[in-house]
Design a protein around this ligand. Sequence first.
Ligand SMILES: Cc1cc2nc3c(=O)[nH]c(=O)nc-3n(C[C@H](O)[C@H](O)[C@H](O)COP(=O)(O)O)c2cc1C
Length: 362
Amino acid sequence: MNTFGHRFRFTTFGESHGKALGCIVDGVPAGLKIDEEFIQSEMDRRKPGSNEFATARKEGDKVEILSGVFEGLSTGTPISMIIFNENQKSSDYSNIKDIFRPGHADFTYFHKYGLRDYRGGGRSSARETAARVAAGAVAKLLLKELNIKVQSGICEINGIEANSFDFENALNSPIFALDKSVEEKQKSAILEAKNSHNSVGGVALINVKNAPIGLGEPLYFKLDSQIANAMMSINAVKAAVKAVEIGDGILASKVLGYDNNDQIRKAGFKTNHSGGILGGISNGDDINVKVYFKATPSIFIEQDSIDIYGNEVTAKLKGRHDPCVAVRGSVVCESMMALVLADMVLLNMSSKMQNLKKVYAK
Ligand SMILES: Cc1cc2nc3c(=O)[nH]c(=O)nc-3n(C[C@H](O)[C@H](O)[C@H](O)COP(=O)(O)O)c2cc1C
C-alpha cells in the first residue's frame, strides 16, 4: 500500500539502492504555481550527507518534474516527480546479506515477502521519504496560497529537552534545534553516540499556523487520526509510549478535566491543550504535534542476531547511517503534515451546501 490521501493523494515508488525514487501527486487543482526552486529547497533540507549529524551518504536529491505542470502552473493532471539515486554503495551490505539487522525491518520484510533486498533495506529504507518531501512541497505550495503555514523543529534529543520553540532557529540549525540554549548539548549527544558507534533518538515538534476551523472528516477520517497515521507511517516513529502526541498528548490522560479543557472567550481559546483539534476537526487554533523517533537501528556495535537460515550469528554492520534520524525525520513530518492538510482542505469544501452553491449556483 503505497498511496496516501483521498482527494489530494500521492503515491511513492523506489528503493534505497534502486535506480530512482519518485512520486505521483494526484488531485492538485489546476492553476497552482509550481515553484520548482521551492520544491528543491525542501529536498535540500532533508537530503543526506550535508553535515556530521547526518549519514555520510551523499545524494544531490535533484527533483525532476515529468508531468502535470505547464508553463509553471499545475494542469490538474497527475504531477510526477523523479529523484535519481547517485551514491549507492551496495557492497557495504554484502557481509550482512543474509543477516537481519536488529531494530531494522529486515526480519519482518523477509518473513512477509519471502525475499530480501539487503541493499540498504530496499523499500523499508527511509530513502523513500525523499519522495514524500517532494510531494509535501507541492502540498505546501497549495497551503501557502491559503496562508496556512507548516513548520517544524527538534524539541528533544536523547532526553535533552527544548525549553522554548524558535522555528527560525530551527531553520538555521544543522540539527533543526528549536532552542538555541540547549542546541550545543543536543549536538554533543548526537556526536557522542556517533563516536561510540551508537545512535540516539529524538522528538520533532510540528506546528501549523492559520489552519481554518473545520478541517477533518469524522468519523473515520478525523484530522487527528490522519495526522497520527501520516506520522506513524514514517520510518522509526515509534509507539513505545505514544509516538505521536497531539497537543498535550499523554498528559491529557493524567490531569483533571478542568486543567485539560481549553476554555473559550470571544477572542478564542484561552489555552491549547487540545493541539488545535476537537472531535477530529481543526478548531482554528495552532495545530501542535510531537513526533517521537527511536534511535537509528543500524549501529556499529556488535549485536546478536540470526540469519535467514535461522542460525545464530553476530551482526557487524558497515556503511553510512544517520546517528539520529529525528533530525532529518522532522522535515519528513512537516511534509506529511502538509500533505494531510492539503487533502483536508479539499475534502472540507464539500461539507456544506452553501459551499457547493458558491461554486455551482447560477
Ligand atoms: C530520515 C530518516 C533517516 C533514516 N536513516 C536511517 C539510517 O541511516 N540507518 C538506519 O538503520 N535507519 C534509518 N532510519 C530508520 C529506519 O528506516 C527504520 O528504523 C526501519 O525502516 C525500521 O522501521 P521502524 O523503526 O519504523 O520499525 C531513518 C529514518 C528516517 C525517518
